[in-house]
Design a protein around this ligand. Structure first.
Ligand code: HSE
Length: 404
């Protein structure tokens, strides 16, 4: 079967490589069908690349080739990926994507278009890189009411935090290393400010609870305010991770947010290091299940894309049931008002003042702690309650403590 790849960056070139190097196993898994890359769409030139004859700069070469039935979209970004994907789905071609931004923004429309034409729109690679999570969430856990999801969803930030925690490396040096390793997005702002994790939260929330959640509904905070001092205070109780969290509140309400979080030693998420991701799903029947693996990188992400291409090739005349319905503006609640957790607080204050405001707290210490600086863990409260209590106190940083 002829297939095409749109976008020959880190993931797209990995997809072509995996298809080239795994021909026999792919043939077995499709039930006899081989995947032959017939077109690679990219505006750039790749002189000397062994696939030079397959390159095109014209999307219509793929759209108008009736033999191309399955297309991998590894371009990233909303446009032109959205326009191309919509045209392909309407033409009855299945599209496989690793593009979380597109699924988070336009997943509903694209899934509806696939539904209408009978094609498949599959996006296993959009969350957790090589980790199987989309199928397990929508199929294997289908009997559960999902109570919540907590995930380390961004490899770059987890790599940076791990380097800060384990090697005392600066944020800037760790980011540079992540970029050199090909983990970071083209613009690392999407990683370090949490936007990439936010898009993945949208996809998981939409799947888990059946209604589309958009990025602007998910309050998002990145890791740029985390310092080696915070890492040091927290080291006695846990580690700092960038977590995407989703909580069921009622059939019409969920909470969904991305923020740094203190994950306590002993949590399944605490030992997830480097570029690895993990997604912990809490179901009412199954309890906690944790999906762990490489969350970014060329071949892990390509592994998930090519698996979807195999699935699409096997289901060329059958529709996979994936999807969700429209959401609503007030579907995602303000978590600052409704979710109570303990908080790590670092401030310039004395313990009498802290005790008068917070009562008994758990104090933390670090090597080289200035005499006026204080760090502690509060009781459970909402973020708005915390803000009120901290009025008049010179706060350096606050971080939520998670119960996952
Ligand atoms: N930049 C992303 C990450 C790539 O670091 O996780 C995978 O989505």
């Amino acid at each position: 079967m002829k297939v095409a790849v749109m976008g020959y960056g880190t993931v797209g070139s990995g997809v072509v490589e995996v298809i080239d190097t795994h021909k026999e196993i792919i043939k077995k898994r499709t039930g006899g069908e081989t995947l032959e890359v017939s077109h690679i769409l990219d505006l750039r030139d790749f002189p000397g690349d062994s696939h030079e004859s397959l390159f095109t700069k014209d999307f219509n070469d793929i759209l108008n080739d009736p033999e191309v039935k399955v297309v991998a979209e590894t371009m990233g970004g909303v446009e032109p990926a959205y326009t191309f994907t919509m045209k392909l789905l309407k033409a009855g071609k299945s599209v496989i994507t690793s593009n979380k931004e597109l699924v988070a923004q336009k997943g509903l429309e694209l899934l509806d278009a696939a539904e209408e034409s009978g094609a498949n729109y599959l996006f296993e690679a959009s969350v957790g890189g090589g980790i199987p999570i989309i199928r397990p969430m929508s199929q294997c856990l289908a009997a559960n009411n999902i109570e919540g999801v907590a995930g380390i969803l961004n490899g770059t930030t987890n790599f940076i935090l791990t380097k800060m925690i384990e090697d005392g490396m600066t944020f800037e040096d760790a980011l540079k290393l992540a970029q050199d390793n090909g983990y970071a997005e083209k613009d690392p702002t999407a990683d370090i400010e949490g936007f990439d994790a936010c898009r993945k939260v949208c996809i998981l929330a939409s799947l888990a609870f059946g209604k589309h959640v958009y990025p602007n509904q998910v309050e998002t905070e990145g890791i740029t305010n985390i310092t080696l001092e915070d890492v040091s205070y927290i080291s006695s109780i846990g580690v700092i991770k960038l977590l995407g969290q989703i909580k069921y509140i009622s059939d019409d309400k969920i909470a969904a947010f991305v923020s740094p979080a203190v994950v306590q030693h002993g949590s399944q998420l605490a030992s997830v290091n480097g570029v690895f991701n993990a997604i912990l799903v809490r179901g009412d029947a199954v309890g906690d299940v944790c999906f762990y693996g490489p969350g970014a990188g060329k071949l892990p992400t390509a592994s998930a894309v090519v698996a979807d291409m195999v699935d699409a090739a096997k289901h060329i005349n059958r529709k996979k049931i994936f999807g969700w319905s429209a959401g609503a503006e007030d579907y995602v609640v303000d978590y600052k008002e409704s979710i109570s957790v303990p908080f790590y607080v670092r401030a310039i204050a004395d313990s009498h003042k802290i005790q008068s405001v917070f009562g008994e707290v758990k104090y933390l210490s670090r090597f080289g702690q200035p005499s006026k600086e204080i760090a502690f863990i509060t009781d459970e409260m909402t973020e708005n309650e915390l803000k009120k209590k901290l009025e008049g106190i010179e706060v350096i940083n606050t971080i939520k403590v998670t119960n996952y």
